[in-house]
Ligand binder design. Structure first.
Ligand code: FEO
Ligand code: CA
Ligand code: CA
Ligand code: CA
Length: 631
């Protein structure tokens, strides 16, 4: 029944688009998915944040907040050592890791489900010198002309923060005396693990072993595991390296070009630290572009780079772990015409085997998705020696396949997508959802990327064999359909005309309910999808958060819940296990044309003349203590 309703809605509104495949063809028609009750907020574009009525949004952590003391932030005096002890810039992924008792293991703490005390694990993706320091006219100026001192601050402002938080009454507090507090920066020793560890292409002058690397950068989204570890993605790492690619071997030149490493527009960090200069140290960039795993419950733990998950611009990784079955890890490569990946472990997940579970991401098979016109799909294995992945094509071992994952995926016939961002499995129906943010460069549409010059992005739904709630995530085949297309439902331009679900009485998206450019997503405990956006300002609306059921009569009809201050994108939506708090990360506020430290477009969230706009994490709660999203 759902299938019919949604299809009718789509076809009615879509006259003129050729090549319609399957749309919103829900195979799940269950009525236990009610409408979301909160009252929508309007589309807007101003200097404030906005949250749905009856909810409070508390500013919890801001760039520059000292994590160890209550010392006031003075941006005019910030130094690298100070930044290393303070909350970093451009907060992105947020993982809430419950904390029950210091004496429990990581897995026991994680699975305690405590929703009133936990560790917030937060990525800091990149820096914007023109909004961090005085004297720069715009982003280009800041990136080209940041001095050594400023670059050193920037290097400490990227990476990750672990902060202990506790709910007191209706407010969250940061515990600045916590033993768990930690910053991971470009100085943090990390271990390289898996098939590419130690490979000659990963060996450098500073590390002839090819197994030890300092730090991580470009940390966009991430993930969590049920054994109590956190996953950190390395996304746009290429732009942190400078230098001329023509100086490289043919193989590395192709590798670096595919990942936009070095070149004209990159940062000049190589002048401060030679490892970021590809002419000085050509192999350093092969040690970035991986996923990392670390244990936030042990502040001395060493983060591990997981070469099993491949090297590309990882948006994040989401784990599906069921007792007695191999785990699946979904990860997208966020660039135009890049791919959707799934890793399946060799060993099974056993909840009680905490130590063994820590090697589940060390041995397994990486697959890449191919979408077929008939609504079926295949996961193609990226295994050395299979298909085109041979020495003849320059792949001498599995390490080469993983280092040059993009080339390998293209060679074996994976489907190039419109910028795959977050991928998550809905814990209620066990279907997997892929955010495809946009791709203006697409000339020809295909069945899984329906619009040429896709300016507004879309969402795919992947169904593995099985029934709702019990799907086989290790399967090499799947069914799929287009869940929603971002954009205005009545736009007269095909490339940004949105399509959403239709309710039983013809209900459809409201004037404020449509969104564009889906980026991150989260599911609440009822299985509702919450989509955070990055790119709505091109449609004269703030970026923010929209929520919708994934099944039932109101499937794919979004409602607008939160809006960012101008210039910001929304990242990291993360619920506490009980759904009573929703954490969000407001990234790069006031990052609009003409805005700078000296003349910012606004000064959110402090609105203090002595402070610049500051990326911040917020905690959202219902005023009556109900679940977030209730009326
Ligand atoms: Fe860092 Fe793909 O957004
Ligand atoms: Ca993102
Ligand atoms: Ca997510
Ligand atoms: Ca983004």
């Amino acid at each position: 029944m759902m299938k019919k309703i949604n299809r009718r809605g789509f076809i009615k509104g879509s006259a003129g688009i050729g090549g319609l495949g399957m749309f919103a063809g829900s195979l799940t028609g269950c009525s236990s998915y009610p409408k979301l009750e909160f009252s929508e907020i309007p589309h807007a574009l101003d200097q404030q944040h906005h949250v749905a009525p009856n909810h409070n949004a508390q500013v919890l952590l801001r760039w520059g907040d000292d994590l160890f003391s209550d010392k006031e932030f003075d941006p005019s005096r910030i130094t690298a050592p100070q930044q290393a002890e303070s909350f970093g810039f451009n907060n992105d992924f947020i993982g809430f890791m419950p904390l029950e008792d210091e004496d429990l293991s990581a897995s026991e703490n994680y699975n305690s489900g405590n929703s009133e005390r936990g560790l917030l694990c937060i990525n800091h993706e990149y820096t914007l010198p023109h909004l961090m320091f005085p004297g720069f006219s715009d982003e280009e100026d800041g990136i080209a002309n940041a001095n050594r001192e400023q670059t050193e601050v920037e290097m400490q402002a990227c990476g990750h923060s672990v902060v202990e938080v506790e709910l007191r009454g209706d407010e969250w507090r940061v515990n600045k005396r916590s033993d768990y507090t930690r910053r991971i920066t470009l100085d943090t020793p990390c271990e390289i693990t898996g098939p590419a560890a130690g490979h000659p292409r990963l060996q450098t002058m500073a590390d002839p072993s090819g197994k030890k690397v300092l730090g991580t950068v470009g940390n966009c989204a991430g993930g969590k595991t049920p054994w109590g570890t956190v996953l950190i993605a390395e996304e746009g790492f290429g732009g942190f390296f400078m230098g001329n690619r023509d100086t490289l071997s043919e193989q590395e030149k192709d590798n670096f070009e595919r990942l936009s490493i070095g070149g004209e527009d990159s940062r000049r960090w190589g002048k401060t630290a030679s490892r970021f200069h590809i002419e000085w140290e050509p192999n350093e960039a092969n040690r970035f572009g991986w996923m990392l795993e670390f244990d936030p419950y042990d502040p001395t733990s060493t983060p591990k780079k997981l070469t099993t998950l491949g090297r590309f611009e990882h948006e994040g990784t989401t784990i599906v772990a069921k007792p007695g079955e191999p785990i699946a890890a979904y990860t997208g490569d966020d660039d135009e015409f890049q791919f959707i990946y799934k890793y399946v472990s060799h060993e099974e997940y056993k909840p009680e085997a905490e130590h063994l579970n820590r090697s589940l991401l060390q041995e397994g098979v990486l697959y890449v998705a191919k979408f077929n016109e008939d609504g079926s799909g295949e996961w193609l294995p990226l295994v050395h020696g299979q298909g085109a992945l041979t020495e003849h094509q320059g792949f001498v071992s599995q390490a080469d396949v993983l280092i040059e994952c993009r080339r390998a995926a293209q060679l074996i016939g994976a489907t190039p997508m419109d910028r795959p961002e977050d991928i998550e499995t809905n814990p209620v129906n066990d279907c997997t959802y892929v955010m495809l943010t946009k791709n203006k460069k697409r000339k020809k549409s295909d069945v899984a990327n329906m619009r040429p010059k896709n300016t507004a992005g879309h969402i795919l739904e992947i169904l593995h064999p099985g029934v709702d709630g019990k799907r086989d995530h290790s399967s090499q085949t799947f069914q799929w359909n287009t869940f929603a297309l971002g954009g205005h439902p009545n736009s007269n331009k095909i490339n940004d005309r949105g399509f959403y679900g239709t309710g039983p009485k013809g209900e459809t998206v409201s004037e404020n309910g449509w969104f564009a450019c889906p980026d991150n997503l989260a599911f609440d405990p009822k299985g509702n999808m919450w989509v955070a956006t990055d790119g709505c300002e091109a449609f004269q609306c703030h970026d923010g958060l929209w929520a919708m059921p994934t099944a039932g009569p109101y499937r794919a009809i979004p409602k607008h819940f939160f809006g960012c201050p101008q210039g910001a994108e929304l990242c990291g939506p993360e619920f506490t296990p009980d759904g009573s708090t929703l954490f969000v990360a407001v990234q790069h506020p006031a990052d609009v044309e003409g805005s700078s430290y000296d003349k910012p477009a606004h000064r959110w969230p402090d609105y203090d003349e002595s402070l610049p706009p500051r990326p911040s994490v917020m905690a959202i709660r219902h005023k009556d203590g109900k679940m977030v999203g209730e009326a």
